[in-house]
Design a protein around this ligand. Structure first.
Ligand code: NAD
Length: 493
């Protein structure tokens, strides 16, 4: 944290602390704020003011005040607004993607993916809003003809949406679109590292015609998030972030029995069977481990390869990793950008050093482009055959580090893949349909991919087992997570 310097670079922006009921709230001069960096250059390009506890309180009250009118609007009317948001995002996608690149240093295809997935999410929940059956009272058959039993799905109330920095647009969309579709009002807390695009999204929400007070924003770090999760007028918390923070969120929620959805960390496996196509397996390993510089909750940082293929796989994997262009987004054919911050860079380097000290062997690493003179770049790195208790095999790294281990049987592969307290995703590469069935059934993960890259559709739910969190986002379950199930039983006239 820092205070805004009196003199800052002419082109540095200073983003407001909060947006409450349509009004921009600026921090007091002396109030804490934090720099927004360009991860590819390390430069400070702006400042994010932090909200105070009083501002969080105002934001929650604004959401509460807007709730009655919003929850009684029709799903169809809400759907039209969601569709409008999707259209406005589409119209502005180049500018938003450019800001993503400027802040996170993401390569163009990754920056655009974050925006296009957000658009698809708003469109999907706009579609659901047109499905009146999803919002109507349902009659339940009971063994008593003298009564009418019904169930309804009603908005939970005020939802606190807390998001991390790795895919800021899409993570926010996964929460905001279903919350609004359900009839909830919200207070959003973006990550202070990547808030510029969230400010753009909030402007778009307002431009689309969403009434003031329905979407409020408070900016800042964990302290601001903690004030929000502890606020007694918040009914539901949807949190994406680390497992450590998720625990604190769950504890804060316990006091008022707030509803919680937690999308947390992972340590996911990719299993390459003996019948796999090696080139395909390598392509999936590269994208699974190194997309977004490995800063993915779903990163497949534990790669299990059948002994028969191990040498061939490692040779092809090495060629592919060495060929990855790691560079600022303006470069040519850039495949991988930087880590988000100096602190994240130091954290990942330190985890690698600890893992090596514990005995892990680095098999090979990629290289940095000459243009990576500054910024928070790290070359992709592959560890071979770490011990099962090595920290690099067990802990979420959230950086471009993959571990490869060999196995000799499906039993062993499944047992190694499941030997983690996380359970977000898993991938299996095989041409054997029976084996695929077995892996789908036995890999302990919220989502299992067979022979595909990490395809994510708004129709398919996202969320993990164990330490990867609780609840599901996306799909109809994502909508239902912002609704309370209620029942009525009445005597028939
Ligand atoms: P983080 O937990 O440090 O922060 C996430 C968000 O929570 C930020 O907005 C932060 O300000 C806020 N926060 C921090 N402490 C809080 C508290 N006590 N109460 C309320 N809010 C608090 O995580 P991060 O470093 O920003 O993101 C990386 C983590 O997020 C990784 O562990 C990654 O696996 C996880 N993640 C999970 C998913 C998923 O869908 N499962 C997706 C993306 C990221």
């Amino acid at each position: 944290m820092a205070t805004i310097p009196e003199r800052h670079a002419d082109n540095a922006f200073v983003l407001p602390a909060a947006t409450v009921a349509g009004a921009t709230i600026r921090a007091q001069n002396a109030q804490a704020c934090s720099p927004v960096c360009n991860a590819a250059s390390g430069e400070t390009i702006g400042w994010q003011e932090h909200a105070s506890e009083a501002m969080v309180d105002r934001a929650v009250h604004a959401a509460r005040d807007a709730l009655v009118a919003w929850r009684h609007s029709t799903p169809g009317a809400r759907g039209k607004l969601l569709r409008k948001i999707a259209e406005l995002l589409e119209a502005d996608r180049a500018r938003i993607a450019a800001m993503q690149m400027r802040v996170s240093g993401k390569p163009p295809f990754e920056a655009d993916l974050d925006v296009s997935d957000a658009i698809a999410t708003f469109d999907y929940y706009a579609d659901l809003c047109e499905n009146t059956a999803l919002f109507a009272a349902e009659t339940i058959t009971v063994p008593d003809k003298t009564v009418l039993a019904q169930r309804t799905h009603e908005p939970v109330g005020v939802a606190a949406l807390i998001v991390p920095w790795n895919f800021p647009m899409v993570t926010t969309a996964w929460k905001l679109a279903p919350a609004l579709a359900a009839g909830c009002t919200v207070v959003l807390k973006p990550s202070e590292f990547t808030s510029p695009t969230e400010h753009m999204l909030v402007d778009i929400v307002s431009e689309a015609g969403v009434p003031d007070g329905v979407v409020n924003v408070v900016n800042g770090g964990g302290e601001v998030g903690a004030w929000l999760t502890a606020h007694p007028l918040v009914d539901k918390i949807s949190f994406t972030g680390s497992t450590a923070s998720g625990r604190k969120v769950m504890q804060a929620a316990a006091l008022d029995m707030k509803r919680v959805t937690l999308e947390l960390g992972g340590k996911s496996a990719l299993v390459v069977r003996q019948d796999a196509d090696v080139a395909h397996a390598v392509a999936l390993a590269v994208s699974g481990a190194f997309t977004n510089a490995g800063q993915m909750c779903s990163a497949t940082g534990r790669i299990l390869v059948h002994d028969d293929l191990y040498r061939k796989f490692m040779a092809a994997f090495e060629t592919a990793v060495r060929a990855l262009v790691v560079a600022p987004p303006q470069g040519e054919n850039v495949a991988m950008g930087p880590l988000i911050s100096a602190a994240q860079h130091a954290r990942v380097q330190s985890l690698v050093a600890q893992g090596v000290e514990e005995g892990a062997q680095v098999a090979f690493a990629g290289t940095l482009d000459a243009a990576c003179k500054a910024g928070f770049f790290m070359a992709p790195l592959v560890v071979a055959e770490p011990a099962s208790d090595n920290l690099l095999w067990r802990e979420e790294i959230f950086g471009p580090v993959a571990c490869v281990k060999s196995f000799r049987s499906d039993d062993e592969a499944i047992s190694l893949a499941n030997d983690t307290r996380y359970g977000l995703v898993a991938t299996v590469v095989t041409q054997d349909a029976n084996a695929a069935r077995r892996y789908k059934a036995q890999l302990r993960a919220g989502l299992v991919w067979v022979n595909t890259p990490q395809l994510i559709f708004p129709q398919v739910c996202w969320g993990g087992l164990g330490l990867s969190g609780t609840g599901r986002e996306l799909g109809i379950a994502g909508l239902r997570s912002y609704q309370e199930l209620r029942h009525t039983v009445e005597a028939r006239a």
